[in-house]
Design a protein around this ligand. Structure first.
Ligand code: NZQ
Ligand code: ZN
Length: 386
């Protein structure tokens, strides 16, 4: 096992009706900016619950943060924070809104040009960001219990990550009832995103971390088990609860401690979102299977372990099991009605791989465990995904 430090200060409040506890968690003298997305919360009762819980608090609203939170929109919110002397930010939404709020938390106390936080990878240290919390409305990213964020700038077709130990939410409220109103395509996205978060922290090479491996495998199996229930008509509270908590556990830091991590799939995926606007999770389903095929020799032992323990594929050699594992993974994405080829999303895919290679070269990026993915490798992987 590799050396590690682990601290996750986010308090989780989980369950039906728990949004009412907001008033107990936010300081009474806070001057709150409530940030939300395109309006789903006004149709499913979440908005009313938040407003009722915050009665008597000093509250300003900022709506309209789009999926893949946009820098220019967030700058508008930053203006409000400064003009109104906001002291506390509440995100009510999915990963995009929570990530947007993390950017605001970092930018509120940052002296320079706000884009530096992304382009220069400025780390927000403990105590540096403005305090914030979240009411999660879409299980997927685990942004509700981690300290990372991804921000988009459409004008330059960039999508970049940021974070730091100062950007954990103080608390997050997870009420599985919010899942009721999520459209099936977003449910499929959530399952796929969380599933790939586990893969990024698991599909590397054996390192002697049996507990982390079993945590990871149990999350994958749970997501596979609840997927058909989540994709079926109707609402199943128990399945929604398992879904929500699995997504949080997939990327709250725990399963990645002491093990090598990859994350090249996400980096390539972000470029596909930046270029074509493809939903985050779908870009991962496009890239992941080809990434594992490209690095088959380096990853085959973990692929075979995944085949055996997660898919019960016990026959054959390591190579055979590993091959079957990648097919099972692809089939799983297809069972969620997620397409796994770039050409199924856009006709204008020619040249994509070259653009990604150029972007990674300009940033000097070497990705994956052991920094083995060069920009030229990324180009080949993306070409395999056409
Ligand atoms: O904007 P509204 O109207 O709220 O609608 C949203 C949005 O259109 C809708 N939605 C959310 N909750 C709903 C709902 N619709 C009905 N009922 C509800 N209860 O769903 C749509 C997608 O929301 P979004 O927040 O964009 O989805 P997600 O949570 O998948 O977040 C994606 C973003 O997170 C980043 C991605 O790159 C992407 O920008 N990620 C953040 C990570 C992190 N912070 O750790 C890690 C991830 O790998 C990922 O990169
Ligand atoms: Zn993701």
């Amino acid at each position: 096992m590799l050396n590690f430090e682990f601290k996750n200060p986010t308090k989780i409040i989980f369950g039906k009706g728990e949004i009412a506890k907001l008033s107990r968690e936010i300081p009474k003298d806070a001057n709150i900016l409530m940030v939300y997305g395109g309006g789903s919360i006004k149709k499913n009762g979440v908005y009313e619950q938040v407003i009722a819980a915050l009665e008597g608090f000093q509250l300003t609203e900022f709506g309209g943060v789009p999926a893949n939170p946009e820098y220019e929109v967030l700058l508008e919110a930053l203006k409000v924070i400064k003009e109104k002397n906001i002291t506390y930010i509440l995100a009510v939404g999915g990963g995009s809104v929570i990530d947007g709020v993390k950017f605001l938390s970092a930018a509120a106390n940052y002296e320079g040009e706000a884009w530096d936080i992304l382009s220069k990878r400025i780390v927000t240290k403990e105590g540096q960001g403005m305090p914030f919390a979240s009411v999660l409305t879409l299980p997927a990213t685990a942004s509700e219990m981690n300290s990372g964020a991804v921000i988009s700038r459409r004008a330059t077709k960039e999508k970049l990550g940021m974070g730091g130990p100062g950007l954990f939410p103080q608390f997050s409220i997870l009420d599985p009832e919010v899942v009721r109103s999520i459209p099936k395509n977003q449910i499929a996205n959530g399952i796929t995103d969380a599933y790939t978060h586990v893969l990024e922290q698991y599909m590397t090479y054996p390192i002697g971390a049996a507990l982390q491996d079993r945590f990871a495998e149990s999350i994958l199996k749970t997501l596979q088990e609840i997927a058909p229930k989540m994709m079926a008509d109707g609402f199943d509270y128990e399945a929604a609860s398992e879904f929500m908590w699995s997504c949080t556990m997939a990327l709250n830091g725990l399963i990645g401690k002491g093990v090598p991590q990859d994350w090249a799939v996400h980096s390539m995926g972000h470029e596909l979102t930046a270029q074509y606007g493809i939903d985050h999770a779908r870009t991962l389903a496009i890239v992941a299977p080809q990434h594992y095929r490209y690095y088959f020799e380096k990853k085959k032992e973990k692929l075979a372990q995944y085949a055996e323990r997660v898919w019960n594929i016990t026959e054959g050699s390591i190579d055979e099991k590993a091959q079957k594992a990648i097919e099972a993974m692809e089939d799983f994405f297809h069972s969620l009605e997620i397409k796994t080829k770039l050409s199924e999303y856009t006709d204008a895919y020619e040249g994509t791989a070259e653009k990604i290679q150029a972007a990674f070269e300009s940033r000097g990026w070497l990705l994956g465990e052991n920094r083995m993915v060069s920009p030229a490798d990324a180009k080949k992987i993306v070409e395999m995904a056409y």
